[in-house]
Design a protein around this ligand. Sequence first.
Ligand code: C2O
Length: 515
Amino acid sequence: GFLRPYEPFYCFLALFDDPWPTRAAVVNGIHPGPLIVAQKGDLFDVTVTNKLTDPSITLDTSIHWHGIFQRGTTWADGPEGVSQCPIPPKGHSFRYKFSTHGQAGSFWYHSHFGNQYCDGVRGPIVVYDKNDPHRGLYNVDNEDTVITLTDWFREPMVTPGTPPASTLINGKGRFIKGPLVDLAVVNVRKGARYRFRLISLSCDANFIFSIDKHKLIVIEADGESTVPTKSVDAVQIFAGQRYSLILHANQEISNYWIRANPNLDPLKDVFKYGVNSAILRYAGAKAVEPPFSKPPTLELLRESDLHPLINPRAPGLPVINGSDFDKTFEVDFQGGRFLMNNESWKAPSAPILLQILSGKNASELMPQGSIVHLKRNQVVQLKITSISDVATPLIGIGQRLPFDFQSTNCTIQHPFHLHGHAFSVIKSADSDTFNFKDPVRRDVVSIGGLNQFAVIRFVTDNPGPWIFHCHIEPHLSVGLAVVFVEDFDNILRSNPIPQSWKDLCEVYEKSKALP
Ligand code: C2O
């Protein structure tokens, strides 16, 4: 009797009106987990100890460092069934050690076990660069300018189908008819320029992010510096994506709404009461909330207007079939599972890296059908398109929507994430043109709605098994993934595997053998 009946909705997500206690899994006692900061080139050395005890949340865990390429350390990448054995509960731990090498920007970490990150195991990472090419564009970039977006669930996500209860900015949020609890406040000083690091830790929702009366300039997408865009009112940000946004605090000293409106039931008046909002507060302004108001009409940044600052060209020839490896993935939904080209990913009991270490040859790797082999130094081109109009599992797996899909903005837009790489988005879902000259480079891309598509390219220069999956977590858990086994022959040579990694698999085996 914990769940209320869930009515059919007009869109994908619906927020509950009233407060509801839930159980959560958290990192170091807080949600989102603590911000991890580093400098470009730093070595990460993070010990994860699993103290989960509540069986209503999955008990095993493993952590992924989203956006970090893990060159030479594919064993530290995290996904269940791919790169490591899970960390069992009861205080077992695992030490992740990896370098950021040349990467800098905004990243995050999250559980890559089942749907566990929806329950709270997620937090932001910022890797600073002393020689940031955009340094002249802002005065302030610190822990207070990191803005996280999350959806928050009413029930632990062991069973996909659990609806979200609300959304949070920096861990705070309200229910539509709930008490007016404190919202997150971002403090600014008049005249200064800020680098806001907008990090979506979302499990499903995508958000339209804006700040009343202020324009934003994008300078980073998913850990890749971009050419500063023209000023825009708003950006749409999908699960797993990040943007750095320059805000010039040039308005009257006052309080302004920061809004992150999710793709939810459009009939509910979500703009009331500070729902889905935080507060931008100028120094000298009263500590009050701005009056409730609808957001103004917003001009949204188009993804195709983003261009990389460094090495802008897409790899390969500047023609549609100018790559070594060219593949189309069709996303479908059948029998309660998502399929990519008719195969539905299920995490194998022995992680793929363990299978490789145990001497399996390339053709024997499991799960067959969900593995795609890529040769070394190929230009890979992938087209990903959705051919299914089923609703997200969040409104019940396989339910069809009671409205015309194309005519609403409620269509499912799967955000695909590739591990081990950033890729060039040579055709984004919001544009009809192919761009080989200066396409944005990032690590999560929306493929758009039904029958729309995105095309991406990357070079196979990072040996390892890398999962490519929809970052709507309940979609991943019902199969929406494939694994690229990149440069099979060099995986072990390029990625020395520590003894502690092998030990973890033994510990895990034993923990499963216990009654
Ligand atoms: Cu952010 Cu496969 O993950």
